[in-house]
Design a binder for this molecule. Structure first.
Ligand SMILES: Nc1nc2c(c(=O)[nH]1)N[C@H]1C(S)=C(S)[C@@H](COP(=O)(O)OP(=O)(O)OC[C@H]3O[C@@H](n4cnc5c(=O)[nH]c(N)nc54)[C@H](O)[C@@H]3O)O[C@H]1N2
Ligand SMILES: Nc1nc2c(c(=O)[nH]1)N[C@H]1C(S)=C(S)[C@@H](COP(=O)(O)OP(=O)(O)OC[C@H]3O[C@@H](n4cnc5c(=O)[nH]c(N)nc54)[C@H](O)[C@@H]3O)O[C@H]1N2
Ligand code: SF4
Ligand SMILES: [Mo]
Length: 685
């Protein structure tokens, strides 16, 4: 059916935390996955995968795949383990968790994120297990929460223009996004638009590979996007380049936004953002005079203190000029709000059994460094006594890693890690449980980039003794005597449960691999935002009751303006050949990245006597990160870039970038400040 391949193909979905959620075809021969391809029939994937996932079989058959359950046999962090049977491991884990739960189940904390974005191997069975147990609830804020919450105050949900429609845009602003590295399939659409005459502009402090290929690059200071967006709004207002009809019919809060924007004339924007005032005027002119204009916002701008406000300021722009009227006009951060996930209806009942009328304690995953070290107190509740980690590598990815390590190293903490590999986090486990990869289990995926549901069927048998996450939580539930019927649902049933799918849609998923939601090409041409009024809330009065400014404003970065001791702003965006800390252990991909590097502008390097290739120490009051200097004009003066989330143990001197990142949080969504950090850099002799 999918012509060019001769071997049997199994339809799947890329599990990774990437907006593209590609549809996969895995070629299988004699029970072995030979190669993973992009499904040519899926419009956004178009038969193409990124370098990382095109090499997925290297990951699946990696000689270091965890093959059997392991029990710790040395000090925490030493990486000394002995193999045990699944029964031994599960019996002991169930007993230890049971003991803690009898004292207070809230001392148990699940820790998971998007190692897989699958609905099933993500939270389907895990959330039920932890609810029935009465464990603390994990607030999963680490990536997108500032932007998602900010956008939801304006649109009522994380929804924007369908990604395919960027092909019709005649002006595209790629804002806080390195599309070529981190969501390649959008870049293909941008190229299509460019060939039809579109102008591409990249707004990013770093001259990325995407910036190189755009017509214009606006290299603003990190954390100042709200000032730029308000400055553009100011120009639209003073020149009367507004779509008054659209504003009257489909927005609310214009007066408050106007008053705010008028405080941002170009010279003030220029001073805050570190760009030319004329750039602001020209951007506004282009934006008002090119139709359709699409803004592809991504997550880069919302990792600074004012991230939520910045997102709201940017999302005011398409409403001001009525860009939503046209296919290819508007803005896109996330389209996850179009999917109607079926809430697990049994969760409230399970919680009631475990906690009665109490609500579970909430732990923010972004402050795990603080929380693991926090003593019991009336405000905090019990100290954390057990962690169950799956789909995440917190020792590498969470802020303030030296304190994360200190927490994980607590001898009185009981830690279970479900993993495919012996990560930095697995090194601190009491039990490591081997997990299947996407080629070995069922799953079903929504996307935050496109609006298709993608089904993942297993292509091969589990490697070694690896188990899907669901099977682990089912087995633990059984040992703990949880006999509710939901714990008996198998993975295919859980796939069907995840969305409201009728029989025809399910049949289509099985047959074709994906199912397209009926989202119109210009979804907000006639309003219909997801707010109660259906209008875009340029200013949102309900925010006041939550102690928030209803109208978007520039919120100063926490650290990125620099200080006397730590004068350089540091951002740490993804490396092209890794996905967060995933793939760092795949040799061929690590070889392309080489080693952990710090990009630094020639002027900043010269002031410090640093030459290209020198080992440098990047430090602040939290810690020191060692890596190689790459002296380059990809960095603007005053800003340095630590690329990629390396495994600590594969970096220099066992450190990575998160050594210097703090546990402060954003204005909205309680998310981390990964790109709002001040450091000093010195040559190591
Ligand atoms: N190859 C690869 N792809 C990935 C990932 C990966 O690690 N590697 N990670 C995946 C995940 S989890 C996510 S969340 C997405 C992330 O991908 P994106 O959403 O694109 O976000 P980031 O890569 O965090 O940042 C994007 C760009 O924002 C820039 N930036 C930093 N600070 C600012 C700022 O204050 N303002 C502006 N305007 N720009 C700023 C950075 O230099 C970077 O080039 O990508 C996914 N795709
Ligand atoms: N300094 C800095 N830090 C960052 C970022 C940054 O830009 N700069 N980015 C942040 C962002 S955007 C994000 S999203 C987070 C990501 O943080 P995480 O969600 O922790 O992502 P990964 O580092 O990819 O680790 C995922 C782990 O899940 C495992 N895994 C994959 N599939 C499965 C499965 O089916 N079962 C089990 N049991 N395990 C599985 C993988 O082997 C991998 O080790 O990192 C954040 N950290
Ligand atoms: S990581 Fe992104 S681009 Fe690469 S295969 Fe997965 S969804 Fe596609
Ligand atoms: Mo992310």
């Amino acid at each position: 059916m999918n012509a060019p391949f001769s071997l049997p193909m199994v339809r799947g979905a890329c599990p990774h935390d990437c907006p593209d959620t590609c549809a996969l075809l895995t070629e299988v021969q004699d029970g072995r996955a030979v190669k993973v391809h992009g499904n040519p029939a899926h419009p956004l994937t178009a038969g193409v995968l990124c370098t990382k996932v095109a090499r997925y079989t290297e990951r699946v058959y990696h000689p270091e795949r965890l093959q059997q359950p392991l029990r710790r046999a040395g000090p925490k962090g030493s990486g000394q383990f002995v193999a045990v049977s699944w029964d031994e491991a599960l019996d002991d884990i169930a007993q230890r968790l049971g003991e803690i739960a009898r004292r207070d189940p809230q001392a148990i904390v699940p820790y998971s994120y998007a190692g897989t974005m699958g609905q099933v191997q993500g939270e389907a069975m895990a959330s039920r297990f932890f609810a029935r147990l009465g464990a603390s609830f994990l607030d999963r804020t680490i990536c997108s929460n500032a932007g998602k919450v900010g956008l939801s105050y304006t649109h009522g949900a994380p929804v924007g223009m369908p990604v395919e429609t960027f092909a019709a845009s005649r002006l595209i602003w790629i804002w806080g996004s390195n599309a070529i590295a981190s969501h390649l399939h959008f870049w293909r659409l941008a190229q299509q638009a460019k060939r039809a005459g579109a102008k591409l502009v990249c707004i990013d402090p770093r001259r990325t590979e995407t910036a190189d290929k755009c017509d214009q690059h606006v290299a603003l200071r990190p954390g100042t996007d709200a000032a730029l967006a308000l400055g553009i709004a100011q120009q639209l207002i003073v020149n009367d380049w507004l779509d008054h009809d659209y504003l009257a019919a489909h927005t609310e809060g214009l007066d408050a936004l106007r008053a705010r924007a008028l405080q941002w004339p170009p010279h003030r924007v220029a001073q805050v953002c570190g760009i030319d005032a004329q750039v602001v005027r020209d951007m506004a002119y282009d934006y008002a005079h090119t139709k359709p204009a699409g803004i592809r916002v991504n997550y880069g701008m919302q990792r600074a203190r004012g991230g939520g406000n910045a997102m709201r300021a940017v999302f005011a722009l398409p409403s001001l000029v009525g860009a939503w009227r046209h296919e290819g006009g508007g803005a896109l951060l996330s389209n996850s709000g179009w999917f109607t996930r079926k809430a697990a209806a049994d969760l409230p009942g399970l919680l009631k059994k475990s906690l009665g009328t109490r609500a579970p304690r909430v732990i923010n995953m972004s402050t795990i460094a603080d929380d693991l070290l926090a003593p019991a107190s009336p405000a905090f509740g019990p100290s954390i006594q057990a962690l169950v980690v799956y789909n995440s590598n917190p020792v590498a990815v969470a802020p303030d890693s030296s304190r994360v390590v200190k927490g994980f190293a607590r001898e009185d903490l009981f830690t279970v890690v479900l993993e495919q590999f012996q990560t930095d986090t697995a090194d601190y486990a009491d039990y490591v449980l081997p997990a299947t990869t996407q080629l070995e289990h069922w799953d079903i995926h929504a996307s935050y980039g496109h609006t298709d549901i993608v089904l993942n069927q297993p292509a091969i048998a589990p490697q070694g003794q690896a188990w899907p996450n669901t099977q682990v939580f089912r087995a633990l539930a059984a040992r703990m005597g949880f006999d509710e019927p939901c714990f008996a649902r198998d993975d295919q049933a859980l796939c069907r449960d995840a969305f409201d799918l009728d029989d025809d849609q399910w049949a289509q998923l099985l047959e074709q691999g994906f199912y397209r939601l009926p989202v119109p090409a210009a979804p907000f041409a006639h309003g219909g935002f997801f707010t109660p009024s259906g209008k875009a809330a340029l200013s949102n009065p309900h925010m006041a009751s939550q102690g928030l400014d209803p109208t978007p404003d520039y919120v100063q970065p926490a650290e990125a303006l620099g200080s006397a001791a730590y004068p350089l702003a540091m951002i740490s965006p993804p490396a092209r050949n890794f996905l967060n800390s995933t793939f760092v252990n795949v040799r061929s991909l690590r070889d392309i990245e080489g080693e952990p590097v710090l990009e630094i502008h020639p002027r900043d390097a010269a002031e410090r006597g640093i030459e290209d290739g020198d080992e440098v120490a990047v430090f602040n009051h939290r810690g020191t990160y060692h890596c190689a200097a790459r002296v380059t004009t990809r960095a603007r003066p005053g800003v340095v870039h630590g690329l990629g989330v390396w495994w600590r143990k594969l970096g220099r001197r066992g450190t990575n970038v998160n050594e210097v990142v703090g546990t402060g949080l954003t204005d909205m969504g309680a998310a981390p400040l990964f790109y709002d950090v001040a450091v000093q850099v010195a040559k190591v002799s």
